[in-house]
Design a protein around this ligand. Structure first.
Ligand SMILES: [Mg+2]
Length: 452
């Protein structure tokens, strides 16, 4: 694989030289037009063209993530990734639509391909390509992605680290205490009805359906419920956690299970005295009116959004004040610029933005640039803090990635990654093949126009 660092150094040398840094006399007999012909051709962003798109899929990061590499005619490559758990084909089917385009025209390409994305994992291809385009544009012009979005609101981004759940509140409280010792200033817990399975009298199950069926049934239709005793047990679980970590540090809660709207309200009220940062995805995001009912009925903040593609449905939630906080996953929502637009639009309605992510350092860094450049940002997720090799798959970023609960906004071009660590990546492939050629996706004749 070609090393883009050397090429960037080449470009910088040219820029400094043309600015006269090396001395005007040196350039006296040269014209600026002649210089690029004797220099690396990657100093001409206007001539940059996409020539290839390839994929390498890694596993147990902790999730499966297809990493994409977009190559150009000037030797620089951009990196992106398809949403965790999604098919790499969501990106590959877009290859024929982006070949030959100048990757610096990020918004133009995004508008061309966004019709091929949809909610949840189906947004992964469009979003993954979008982040790779920003990486390329940044490398072509020698500036970090956040700068191209309008600059920073912050130099470091607050993170929280997901923490394995357990039915024993004392064990879980100790795990969160460890997070605080690691420097985290924001905590997250799963508060699931599954914590109740071994406690008699806490769960109502009407349906008799398999766990797989229930998993694919929206909350309102499962027939599953939590009894008043179950709600007491869950509230007591949080009480025991709060005894250990104190009341000041924010704690968000997620993964309640597929329970009815009225039970969400009862549980939300029972948790109010524990100062929750937010209650996440209690019901599916599509249920705007039901979300509003929950949000209007409880004082604890509500949140949704990790499966929403494009800004329009976020704006609807914010405009209706159906939730208190929105939470896009940049690898689903449409990428870096669309997520900044989501944050900015929701800010107009007084709604802050947390950010969901369950991917590799590539999409994590895309989130960091977006978070830096979006004023109403609150906090960014990280699922991989306990995976030692996770941050090693990229080079060029200061380690440790997350230092005392914050990640420094990278100042390198694009996402800030100079290269991928091939040795580490190859140890964690989900399937054979490391950025193999993808000629089958070069052509796909189709009239993609959405109107007639
Ligand atoms: Mg979630």
């Amino acid at each position: 694989m070609k090393d883009s660092t050397a090429r960037l150094t080449g470009r910088r040398s040219f820029l400094f030289a043309s600015a006269g840094v090396m001395g005007a006399a040196f350039w006296a007999d040269e014209t600026l037009e002649a210089v690029p012909q004797n220099t690396r051709t990657d100093s001409r962003p206007s001539d940059l063209k996409i020539t290839d798109l390839r994929v390498a899929t890694i596993a147990r990061a902790p999730f499966t993530v297809p990493i994409i590499k977009i190559d150009t005619n000037q030797g620089i490559s951009g990196f992106g990734e398809v949403r965790d758990g999604a098919s790499k084909n969501y990106a590959l089917m877009l290859k024929s639509r982006i070949l030959g385009e100048n990757p610096c025209n990020v918004d133009k390409i995004f508008r061309k391909i966004k019709q091929f994305g949809f909610h949840a994992r189906q947004g992964g291809g469009v979003s993954g390509i979008e982040m790779a385009l920003w990486d390329l544009a940044g490398k072509a012009y020698g500036v970090p992605a956040y700068q191209m979005l309008g600059g920073k609101f912050r130099d470091q981004v607050r993170c929280y680290a997901d923490t394995d759940t357990t039915p024993d509140p004392k064990v879980f409280a100790a795990r969160l205490k460890t997070r605080m010792d690691q420097g985290f200033t924001f905590l997250k817990m799963d508060l699931s009805m599954y914590l109740l399975y071994k406690t008699p009298g806490t769960i109502t199950q009407l349906s008799g359906r398999t766990p797989q069926e229930l998993n694919n049934t929206q909350h309102m239709f499962t027939g599953n419920d939590i009894t008043p005793k179950g709600i007491e047990v869950l509230a007591d679980y949080v009480a025991q956690v709060r005894e250990v970590v104190g009341m000041e540090i924010p704690i968000a809660a997620d993964h309640f299970g597929h329970i009815p709207v009225n039970t969400c309200i009862k549980l939300g009220r029972a948790l109010e005295k524990y100062n929750m940062a937010w209650l996440e995805d209690m019901i599916p995001w599509q249920q705007t009116e039901l979300w509003k009912k929950i949000t209007d009925s409880i004082e604890a903040p509500t949140l949704t959004g990790e499966d929403i593609y494009l800004k329009e449905d976020f704006i609807k939630l914010a405009r209706e004040h159906a939730v208190d906080i929105i939470q896009p996953d940049l690898a689903t929502s449409g990428g870096i610029l669309e997520t900044k637009k989501i944050g900015d639009a929701c800010q107009e309605y007084g709604v802050p933005m947390a950010m969901h992510i369950a991917g590799s350092p590539i999409s994590f860094l895309a989130c960091v640039h977006c978070a830096a450049a979006t004023e109403n940002f609150l906090v960014l997720e990280n699922h991989s803090f306990d995976i030692p090799w996770w941050s090693d798959i990229v080079n060029g970023i200061e380690k440790p990635f997350i230092n005392k609960g914050f990640v420094k906004v990278p100042e390198g071009p694009g996402l800030g990654i100079t290269s991928l660590n091939e040795e580490v990546l190859k140890q964690h492939l989900a399937e054979p093949g490391y950025f193999e050629p993808t000629p089958a996706w070069d052509k796909d004749p189709s009239n993609d126009r959405l109107w007639s």
